[in-house]
Design a binder for this molecule. Sequence first.
Ligand code: MG
Length: 172
Amino acid sequence: MLNKKVEDALNAQINAEFWSAYLYLAMAMHFESTGRAGVANWFKMQFKEEQAHAEILINYVNQRGGKVILKPIDEVPESWESPLAAFQHTLTHEQKVTALINNLYAIAEAEKDYATCDRLAWFVSEQVEEEDTAQQLIDKFKLIGNDGMGVYMLDQELAARTFTTPSPLAGK
Ligand code: MG
């Protein structure tokens, strides 16, 4: 059974993951409308990944006999001045999510809820990857600048991203 403090904190994180999903879907829709299909595809896959993050936590709360409470999802921005700006926003957003996960881990640890710490350990590693991926894409966009061929090739690379079911959801 989950204690109330941990349950509330997990529910807040479920909302944060859905907000992330909404943010990346907004980015996908923005770049879809500005003719950047590859960038739009990358953010669409990111949207699916964030939904999967929420689902992992939802399954966990249920498994522990808690109750998932779905709160309203706050508004998200609707446009970004360039793909570089969107990936910079992605990095600062993921840094904030990392802080949320760390805070959640600290709450579970203080409550001696080691099962929750164990589940959250997957998210701790995931955040390292999220920040690293965003930083790598920022570097690439800076490197190519306005070079048409570079922009075209990077768009092809982003267009190739597919969704991979995160391991905690595999087989569910
Ligand atoms: Mg996430």
